[in-house]
Ligand binder design. Structure first.
Ligand SMILES: *Cc1c(COP(=O)(O)O)cnc(C)c1O
Length: 424
């Protein structure tokens, strides 16, 4: 066997890993290899502690916790926006932590979709996450347009999108473009800078869903001149199930009225004047709606510290190394078992996870779980494996592929049905 495919080699890569100590910050279950951090990131000790801290401030301060205590809740959304700005390449005032991915998308589309003359359509893609598409159709319906007003750029191969095809679809009928930064299945990274430039040259506003890139790859939203973006915090950012999401609005648009207004859209000094005329915050804070979900934002306080300490550049570098290594071992070990690697191979387009297709995918995933390796299944035949830079090791990757090989050799998947679970 070549040295490169031994466990000793994986251990050598781990020993040389600059981020290896971050693994100790997380709760990893013994004997379990977690490869699903792009669906729900693991709990860190810091995130846990920050939840306890916010609980303690509620216990101690009651109503005065809004403006007192160590981290006053009234300014928490802004504080966390500041702490997250570096991850998206934004100015502090351009990011606010609020709502959920889907709610923020409704907020931003209702703000930036302003059909006028023959520019009435929204441009999206055929591979995006369903929630985004439902929201776009609902926003069109609110303006009196049917689904034919949503243009979805098709995929040639069913896995990836061609940026040229997207640009060709940027016609004079398009009022707004919403695309993912990284596709949730194949993990393809779209060239956000190029797409933004092309959209603006054609007089179209453009926004991105960063759910699968936030915390995994660096962004330069401000410099790329992106109009708006939104993302969740429970995948690569590890802030827990249903943790509060975030959004970006380019400072060029400060002053535009929020489509969905509420009293937390207010300038913070004026909010408690209780006037019936809204004075919106001068920055991205204007896109908040109601009282922040303080307990669901709390884990982000601790979770983000780890990103500030590790640095997104180093995280991306290790992530690329992990996925390259994983593809390498998959090709070496699984060559005879009909797996197809469907994520982009090149570094520029490769996101934070590996995407395999196999006709028996649903039950192979069940067999992996039974063997304590946690993948995620995407209907009809996809297996996503996400080796996460902050807590997965090269040995995890080695173990994952060896387990997959054993399952295939022993046909261990045959004892399970090839159907998806309720949550997969
Ligand atoms: C995870 C994800 C969502 C989830 O939206 P929620 O409102 O947080 O449930 C939406 N869009 C994409 C692309 C996602 O990856």
């Amino acid at each position: 066997m070549q040295e490169k495919y031994t466990k000793a080699y994986a251990e050598k890569l781990d020993a040389a890993d600059a981020l290896r100590t971050f693994r100790n910050e997380f709760y990893l279950k013994n004997e379990c290899v977690y490869m699903d951090g792009n669906s729900l990131g693991l709990m860190s000790k810091r995130a846990e502690q920050s939840v306890y801290d916010v609980m303690a401030s509620w216990k101690e301060h009651a109503i005065d916790g809004w403006t007192g205590g160590e981290i006053p809740w009234y300014y928490l959304s802004e504080l966390l926006g500041d702490n997250m700005a570096g991850l998206v390449g934004a100015k502090k005032e351009e990011v606010i932590v609020t709502g959920s991915t889907t709610v923020n998308m409704h907020q931003l589309v209702s703000t930036f979709y302003q059909p006028e003359g023959k520019r009435t359509k929204i441009l999206a893609d055929a591979l995006n996450f369903p929630s985004d598409i439902y929201a776009l159709k609902a926003q069109l319906a609110l303006q009196g347009y049917d689904d034919a007003h949503l243009i979805q750029v098709p995929s040639e191969d069913g896995h990836t999108l061609d940026e040229e095809a997207i640009i060709n679809a940027m016609t004079e009928e398009v009022a707004l473009i919403v695309l993912p930064s990284v596709l949730y299945r194949s993990g393809q990274v779209l060239d956000m800078e190029m797409l933004t430039k092309a959209a603006h040259e054609r007089g179209i506003k453009i926004g991105f869903d960063l759910c699968h890139s936030i915390g995994a790859i660096p962004h330069e939203l401000h410099d790329w001149n992106v109009d708006f973006a939104f993302w969740c915090t429970y995948k690569h950012l590890n802030a827990g199930p249903g943790s509060v999401a975030a959004l970006f609005v380019n400072e060029n648009h400060f002053g535009i009225s929020p489509g969905l207004a509420g009293w937390f859209s207010s300038d913070k000094e004026k909010q408690f004047d209780m006037e019936h005329t809204l004075t919106p915050a001068a920055d991205a804070g204007a896109f908040q709606i109601g009282t922040p979900h303080v307990l669901s934002a709390a884990p982000l306080i601790g979770a983000l510290e780890l990103f500030q300490e590790a640095g997104i550049g180093k995280i991306r570098r290790k992530s690329l190394q992990l996925t390259a290594y994983m593809m390498d071992v998959i090709e070496y070990e699984l060559g005879e078992f009909d797996f197809i690697i469907c994520n982009p191979i090149n570094e520029k387009q490769r996101g934070g996870h590996i995407y395999l297709e196999h006709p028996e995918a649903a039950r192979i995933c069940k067999a992996l779980k039974w063997k304590n390796v946690i993948p995620d299944f995407r209907k009809p035949s996809g297996i996503r494996l996400a080796p996460v830079a902050l807590y997965n090791s090269f040995e995890d990757v080695y173990h994952c592929v060896q387990t997959l090989k054993n399952i295939m050799e022993e046909k261990a998947y045959e004892q399970f049905s090839n159907e998806r679970e309720v949550v997969s």
